[in-house]
Design a protein around this ligand. Structure first.
Ligand code: SAH
Length: 278
């Protein structure tokens, strides 16, 4: 639900940094990795430790922020579907403002900052305002989730290409993608932000010629302690989302390699069955 209060009031900030007049501020746009705080890069860790201010998103694990100095100022600017703590324009202005105060700013984003992360827009805005910037890459959700679920995205017997797409529709109810190109058999498709549109995506791929028996894996909260991996077929993708109540961040991995996933759903069912039998 859209929040009607002005953006200014919705900045959730902890701590207060001291402006450093005369100091050259800079913004590091840093990828925090897919979830598990151990998957931070060393450079990301160093930038977080040295930061005066951290401007972070929703999908960043609190344990990552714990690496920061005790006096760091944390500003939460997260977005969920239809509810943005701060508009993108306000985030851009805020980053420029903080850098001009002389701060070492870390703009911390889930995964990699340039994969569906609007890092490119922030970088362009900062550079056009003459701010010193750097990019620190991170492990993107597709790769973190696939590895964690035991899915080799380009297993050479099964897939010669992998494509990352967004399932989020900018306008309308489904993404505007070249379904025929995506429906190739020897190809792995990883869908970000696709939980809400999963059934439609499955239908479009099937219409474009993909076999409804094509394996799919849903990786929810990938690399986190509460990771779940649900495996099935393209034809049942929409149903699986509902029956497994997928609610956390999830990627959909579609393609022959998905059959190689660790079957957490089955082991959970087996554990539940064993519990009932005991
Ligand atoms: N820049 C990020 C992606 C941001 S878009 C990156 O490179 O990973 C947000 C989407 O990423 C979520 O809707 C979900 O599809 C995916 N995602 C992020 N973290 C995830 C996780 N731990 N498990 C599964 N999917 C995740």
């Amino acid at each position: 639900m859209a929040d009607q209060r002005p953006d200014q009031e919705r900045i959730v900030a902890i701590g207060a940094h001291r402006a450093k007049p005369g100091a050259a501020g800079r913004v590091s746009i840093v990828g925090a990795g897919p979830g598990d705080p151990e998957l931070l890069t060393l450079r990301a860790l160093r930038r977080i430790e040295a930061a005066d201010v951290i401007v972070h998103d929703r999908l960043v694990d609190p344990a990552v922020l714990d690496h920061a100095r005790g006096d760091v100022r944390r500003i939460y600017v997260g977005k969920t579907r239809g509810c943005h703590a701060l508009s993108q324009d306000r985030i851009n202005d805020l980053l420029v403002e903080l850098a001009r105060e002389g701060c070492a700013v870390v703009r911390l984003k889930g995964g990699d900052p340039f994969v569906f992360g609007r890092g490119g827009e922030e970088l362009a805005f900062l550079e056009s305002n003459g701010i010193q910037t750097e990019i620190v890459p991170g492990v993107t959700a597709a790769l973190g989730c696939a590895a964690s679920a035991g899915i080799p995205v380009t297993h050479r017997d099964l897939a010669q290409a992998v494509t990352f797409v967004t399932g989020h529709a900018k306008s309308g109810s489904e993404p505007d993608l070249d379904w025929t190109a995506l429906a190739h058999t020897n190809h792995t498709l990883v869908v970000y932000m696709g939980v809400a549109t999963a059934a439609k995506i499955a239908a479009r791929l099937a219409e474009a010629g993909m076999d409804r028996a094509m394996p799919v894996a849903i990786v929810e909260n990938g690399t986190r302690e509460n990771e779940r991996v649900v495996v099935g077929s393209l034809g049942e993708l929409g149903t699986l989302i509902g029956s497994h109540q997928i609610a956390g961040p999830a990627v959909l991995i579609i393609g022959r390699v998905a059959a190689l996933a660790r079957r957490d759903d089955l082991s959970q069912l087996a554990a539940q069955a064993a519990g009932r039998a005991a």
